[in-house]
Design a protein around this ligand. Structure first.
Ligand code: MG
Ligand code: MG
Length: 257
C-alpha cells in the first residue's frame, strides 16, 4: 500500500516541481548548435543552487552530473560531456532537485535548430503521450491505465515504448512506489488513490523498442541507433481530474519568469 501525501507535503513537492520546471526552461533557452552539454549542465546546477535547492542527481548512485543529457539515440541517463550539439540533434534533459526535504523530477526533449519531420513527429507524439497518461492519474484507476494510454497512443503513431525503465512515485525519496510503466493493460497494476504523487515519463523510440546499457553502466541507448524522446512531469492523483505539479509552460514560453 502506498501512503498518499498530505497537502503540506504536496506543497513542498510543488515548490520543487516549479524549481525543476524553471531549470529546464533556463537550459532550453541555451540549447543551440555548438553548445556543449557540459555547459548546459553548469547553467542548470547554478540555477538550482541559486534557488536554494540541491541537484539531486549529482552523486545519486554515483551519477556524475546535475542533469541527465541524452542526445539522439541515448534514451535516458546520458552524461553531460564536451559534445557540442549539432543542428538536427535532439537532447533529452532530465532534472532533479532536493528542496526542504522533498524531491522534484521532470524532463523535456529539446530539438536543436531544425530537426527532420520524422524527429519532430517523435517529439510531438511522445509529449502528447505523457498527457494521455496523466489523464488516467485519477483516484480508483491503476498504473496499467496510465501505461496503456501511453502505449496505445505511441504505437498507433508507429513508435515503440521502452519497457526497461518506468515512472515512479516521488516524495522524500526521488523514486518511491509505485512503479509507473509506460505500457500495460487497463485495470491492472497498483491502485491509484487521491494524494498519491507520481512521475510519469514516457521514453519512446522512433524505431524498435530494444535498448542496451552503455559500458559506463548508466547510459541507455536504442539498439537500432534511432532517436528516442523522453518527457516527464510530476502529478498528484486526484478524484476526477489529476493535478499537475511541474509544467512545460516556462519552457514553451506560455508563462514568463
Ligand atoms: Mg527524471
Ligand atoms: Mg523520474
Amino acid at each position: 500500500m502506498v501512503k498518499p501525501k498530505t497537502e503540506e507535503e504536496i506543497e513542498l513537492l510543488r515548490e520543487n516541481a516549479i524549481i525543476v520546471s524553471k531549470t529546464l526552461a533556463v537550459v532550453g533557452r541555451a540549447v543551440a548548435p555548438g553548445v556543449t552539454t557540459n555547459k548546459l549542465n553548469r547553467l542548470a546546477e547554478t540555477f538550482i543552487r541559486d534557488n536554494g535547492a540541491i541537484p539531486s542527481f549529482l552523486g545519486y548512485d554515483g551519477f556524475p552530473a546535475a542533469l541527465c543529457m541524452s542526445v539522439n539515440d541515448t534514451v535516458v541517463h546520458g552524461f553531460p560531456s564536451d559534445y557540442a550539439l549539432k543542428e538536427g540533434d535532439i537532447v533529452s534533459v532530465d532534472c532533479g532537485t532536493l528542496y526542504k526535504g522533498y524531491n522534484g523530477d521532470s524532463a523535456y526533449t529539446f530539438p536543436v535548430g531544425e530537426v527532420s519531420a520524422e524527429v519532430a513527429r517523435l517529439l510531438k507524439v511522445t509529449r502528447q503521450s505523457l498527457f494521455e497518461g496523466i489523464a488516467q492519474a485519477v483516484d480508483g484507476n491503476r498504473t496499467g491505465d496510465i501505461g496503456h494510454a501511453v502505449q496505445s497512443y505511441c504505437e498507433a503513431a508507429g513508435f515503440s515504448v521502452v519497457r526497461e525503465l518506468e515512472g515512479h512515485g516521488i516524495g522524500r525519496q526521488m523514486h518511491e512506489n509505485p512503479g509507473v510503466p509506460n505500457f500495460g493493460h487497463q485495470g491492472r497494476g497498483a491502485r491509484l488513490s487521491d494524494g498519491m504523487t507520481i512521475c510519469i515519463e514516457p521514453m519512446i523510440n522512433a524505431g524498435g523498442r530494444g535498448v542496451y546499457l552503455a559500458r559506463n553502466g548508466w547510459e541507455v541507448r536504442t539498439a537500432d541507433r534511432k532517436p528516442s524522446a523522453h518527457y516527464e512531469l510530476t502529478v498528484v492523483v486526484r478524484k476526477g481530474k489529476p493535478e499537475i505539479l511541474s509544467t512545460f509552460d516556462y519552457i514553451e514560453g506560455k508563462v514568463e519568469f
